[in-house]
Ligand binder design. Structure first.
Ligand code: CAA
Length: 408
């Protein structure tokens, strides 16, 4: 009998502050509807210096453990996918291992392929469990990023920041994924890149949109072929979550996929509201979170309609510039709505502070020195490690080691 493996629980963390895109539009002398309708984003999360990718991921994982009832000592694999690494050598996953109090008998590493890193982690976690290496333990996958483009550039309104954490296990409570049935696509392209010396990404914007659509077509064709070949389920996908750099991109992706299925443009667009729209609510308030984007879409979908989707099949599409993509599917578990209620998925959006554009620009300028800011003297006293405690990046010590508020 095939094992049942998938996502057992999910949670996310966002920075304390956000920018209203209508205000950014006014500051950049752009009609506000270009951002809100043309791109489909309303607010974008802005990280302060203490909210680095390690702190964001720690806070997402702590929320995940507290809300799901799962414990750090159940974890045997911890993978952090990121485009925003904090060190050329020491992985974010190693910091998380300490800050979350994970067992020493644990495989811990970081994955990089632009926005695809989290999906690389999910696929590795699925295979780790299916192979028997997990021996009853679960995997913790973290996706954590700060999306930054140059101030005033076309990419600026597609920034964002946040982390998504999820547990991959046997007999999951949220979504069972179709094991071994995933369509991959890869091609060496320069659509989005970030040289080692830069904090802001460089992008060939319109080309990146085309690369995304080509990758979707390739991964979807491969997934269809594999599913047919091994006699997979023939039921339709009632919803599909896409990688969401901005909402309009998911709309374009869905239209493209439906046209591949033989629908006209009008017929394809008519399915958008039912099949995709509810997965975009969270990202419209947060912006692009790179590696976490697809999983934020999944959280948004489950938050909106887990109850009515129980037992039904959904599709997932992950895209990472450069590029790599994967199309796969799963089934929403019976009882998922109870789990979603327990997880309070939208909780982190409840109390955020709206930044003025001046303050946002100040924070962005401070990015340049954030990785070199010294730990204050005297350093804040270490707090007891606690799953309820919010982690924060303090600065670097005299040996350039990064220091966090509640490191052991
Ligand atoms: N009212 C309503 N809509 C308007 C409008 C207005 N006043 N003015 C323009 N629009 C519409 C345009 O018609 C366009 O819609 P369509 O795409 O349907 O044609 C949309 O708003 C955007 O307008 P432009 O194409 O003129 O915008 P732009 O050239 O300034 O920038 C962008 C758009 C290229 C996506 C840019 O934001 C960018 O470079 N973003 C970063 C790269 C990115 O996100 N790429 C996505 C694919 S790659 C990926 O997914 C990986 C990743 O995460 C980075």
């Amino acid at each position: 009998m095939k094992m049942s493996i998938g996502i057992d629980a999910i949670a996310f963390a966002v920075p304390r502050a956000y920018v209203e895109l209508t205000e950014l539009a006014a500051a950049r002398a752009v009609p506000p509807s270009k951002y809100t309708n043309g791109l489909g984003t309303h607010q974008m999360a802005i990280a302060d210096a203490d909210e680095d990718p390690v702190a964001l991921a720690t806070n997402a994982a702590r929320r995940l453990f507290v809300r799901s009832g799962r414990r750090p000592d159940e974890i045997g694999l911890c993978i952090a996918g990121t485009e925003t690494a904090v060190d050329h050598s020491k992985p974010i996953a190693a910091y998380l291992h300490g800050l979350l109090g994970l067992p020493t008998a644990c495989r811990v590493f970081e994955t990089k392929h632009a926005c695809f890193g989290g999906t690389a982690g999910l696929m590795a976690a699925m295979d780790w469990i299916a192979s028997g290496s997990a021996r009853g333990r679960s995997a913790l996958v973290l996706c954590t990023d700060i999306a930054r483009y140059e101030l005033g550039s076309a990419g600026e309104p597609t920034q964002g920041a946040g982390a998504v954490a999820f547990i991959v296990s046997e007999n999951p409570r949220l979504i069972e994924l179709e094991l071994g049935r995933s369509g991959s696509y890869a091609r060496d392209v320069h659509d989005f890149w970030r040289p080692l010396h830069r904090k802001d990404a460089l992008v060939d914007g319109h080309f990146s949109v085309q690369c995304y659509l080509d990758a979707l077509a390739g991964a979807y064709a491969e997934w269809n072929a594999i599913t047919r070949e091994d006699g997979g389920p023939a039921e339709p996908l009632v919803r599909t979550c896409y990688h969401v750099p901005y909402g309009k991109m998911a709309r374009k992706a869905h239209r493209h996929r439906k046209q591949i299925d033989g629908l006209t443009e009008a017929e394809a667009d008519a399915t958008f509201a039912t099949e995709v729209e509810s997965s975009l609510n969270f990202s419209a308030q947060i912006g692009n979170v790179y590696t976490g984007s697809l999983y934020l879409a999944l959280a948004s979908l489950l938050h909106a309609e887990a109850g009515q989707l129980e037992g039904q099949r959904i599709g997932l599409f992950s895209y990472g510039s450069g590029c790599a993509a994967e199309f796969f599917a799963g089934r929403v578990c019976e009882g998922a709505q109870d789990m979603v209620d327990q997880l309070d998925l939208a909780g982190p959006l409840a109390a955020r502070e709206r930044l003025t554009i001046e303050r946002y620009e100040e924070l962005r300028r401070a990015d340049a020195i954030a990785d070199r800011r010294p730990v204050p003297t005297p350093p804040p006293p270490p707090s007891a490690q606690s799953l309820l405690h919010a982690a924060a990046y303090i600065g670097v010590d005299a040996e350039d080691r990064r220091v966090y508020t509640d490191q052991a």
